[in-house]
Design a protein around this ligand. Structure first.
Ligand code: GLN
Length: 476
């Protein structure tokens, strides 16, 4: 992997410098990228953007004129749950197999306006539901570090595309860990911003109160640059914040004052990869000047996964009601009544995990069960947020493993949904509380990448990126 990295994984500033001094053109860069994607054995992409080459040519003209931004001419890959105008967007589902949107997600439109070239749409779990990228109608994504293993989900294609060096950065989405978990499994960085930091307009909704657009990169700088480009208020998304966007990249090198890292007792397990990882993290980070550790407690953590799976599936069941096979999706044969039509279209075109969640969510919201499930889960969610508020009155950031294990074998957990859901144990709380979190590569465990997660208070992206920038080199 290191060799591959050295050959292909150039950072944005490196690529931008070559594009500016004329030693590289966007046309060449994009052509090479497309060639590699066409040759891809990881199944990281669902659709290649055939217009990318023409876009690169336009970028070259602008670069020539000297008026281009740092991102101009640089390729980017987009998870296939973010709409792209004129470019097929499937959500990795058969029900949207032929869907070509008439508009682009705000995050995508902003990257294009800054000059980036969308080279393709990346594979993911169907409607972003999964932890291994094995729930895609288009087949699983293989992990570039070991192709017998999963890439992690649900944004597995974006993680693999960055890890394999096809693109320097990619967009994903994170509802319960879908950026951080695959980032950890593939050995790259994955940032989930604060809920409301990036517009969700054009994000095919899974659970609207948890969904957030996230970023894959190799460096904190690249992540910062992309975040400041895509963040900000959007009149199309009432939940996007009007809070001003910070210059995250410019602040990266600012001298960090004292930083107190909280280690939640509930996230510690003595055994396995996660235990070993936390121990080595304490040793390595403890040696950095002005960094100190404090043991903390997030007492409602044991209920987070249950609360997440109820809130998420309830919202998903409502969001997915629109896929009726009439407005979107392929039409069923031989259905005579409307009921038969719905049953045939939804039964045939949704995969098993999506059907499971629609049923779970519909049950949790149904009359007679609503109080016991959805309302109860919402209360637990509020308690989890309060846990974090209390913790952040004592510490600046919270450190944990991103995942209990490194990437597992393809097929290992597909027949046991509960076991699969346990992969999300360290990531879902940040979504329930709406706070930002980042996973950064923390070395290898038995030859497989493992990630560490930093969580911070709402709107602390600058601090999280600065801390990652400062900590990540200790693990190389
Ligand atoms: N693995 C989690 C789930 O399946 C998270 C998914 C996501 O963040 N999109 O719900």
């Amino acid at each position: 992997m290191n060799e591959k990295k050295a050959m292909h994984a150039q950072s944005i500033p490196e690529l931008a410098a070559s594009l500016r001094d004329g030693s590289l053109t966007s046309s060449t860069l994009v052509r090479r990228t497309l060639d590699r994607i066409r040759d891809d054995k990881l199944n990281a992409f669902i659709t290649i953007n055939e217009k990318a080459q023409a876009m690169a040519k336009q970028r070259d003209e602008r670069l020539h004129g000297g008026s281009a931004s740092e991102l101009s001419g640089i390729p980017v890959a987009i998870k296939d749950v973010l709409t792209t105008s004129g470019l097929r967007t499937t959500a990795a589902s058969r029900i949207l197999e032929e869907y070509v949107p008439s508009y682009s997600a705000t995050a995508v439109a902003k990257l294009e306006a800054a000059g980036m070239v969308v080279v393709g749409k990346t594979n993911c779990d169907e409607f972003a539901m999964g932890s291994s990228n094995e729930n895609s109608f288009f087949g699983p994504v293989k992990n570039p570090c070991d192709t017998t293993r999963v890439s992690g989900g649900s944004s597995g294609g974006s993680a693999a595309a960055v890890a394999a060096g096809y693109v320097p950065v990619a967009l994903g989405t994170d509802t319960g860990g879908s950026v951080r978990l695959p980032a950890s499994f593939c050995g790259v960085m994955g940032l989930k911003p604060t809920y409301g930091r990036v517009s969700r307009y054009g994000l095919i909704a899974m659970a609207s109160s948890l969904d957030q657009v996230g970023i894959f990169s190799h460096t904190a700088y690249d992540s910062a640059l992309i975040l400041q480009t895509i963040a900000g208020h959007d009149p199309h998304d009432a939940t996007s914040s009007t809070r001003p966007v910070e210059e995250y990249a410019a602040h990266l090198e600012a001298p960090l004052s004292k930083i107190t890292i909280g280690v939640p007792r509930e996230y510690l397990s003595e055994a396995g990869a996660a235990g070993a990882l936390m121990q080595s993290a304490r040793e390595k980070l403890g040696g950095i000047k002005r960094v100190s550790f404090v043991d903390i407690s997030l007492p409602h953590t044991p209920y987070a996964l249950a609360a997440y799976y109820i809130c998420m599936s309830s919202e998903a069941s409502a969001n997915l009601a629109r896929y009726d096979g009439i407005r979107y999706g392929s039409q069923p044969d031989g259905a005579e009544t409307l009921d038969e039509w719905y049953r045939a279209a939804r039964g045939r075109n949704f995969g098993p995990e999506v059907r499971r969640r629609i049923m779970l969510g519909t049950f949790a919201l149904s009359s007679g069960y609503f109080d016991a499930y959805y309302r109860q889960a919402s209360k637990v969610r509020a308690l989890i947020s309060r846990d974090f508020e209390k913790a952040f009155s004592r510490v600046d950031v919270i450190l944990s493993p991103t995942s209990p294990t490194p990437a597992f074998k393809l097929g290992e957990k597909v027949s046991d949904p509960l076991l699969m859901y346990l992969s999300d144990i360290y990531t879902v709380s940040a979504n329930l509380a709406g706070i930002p979190a980042i996973s950064f590569p923390a070395g290898l465990h038995e030859d497989l990448p493992v990630g560490l997660q930093l969580m911070g208070p709402a709107w602390s992206e600058t601090l999280l990126l600065q801390a990652t920038h400062r900590f990540a080199p200790s693990f190389v």
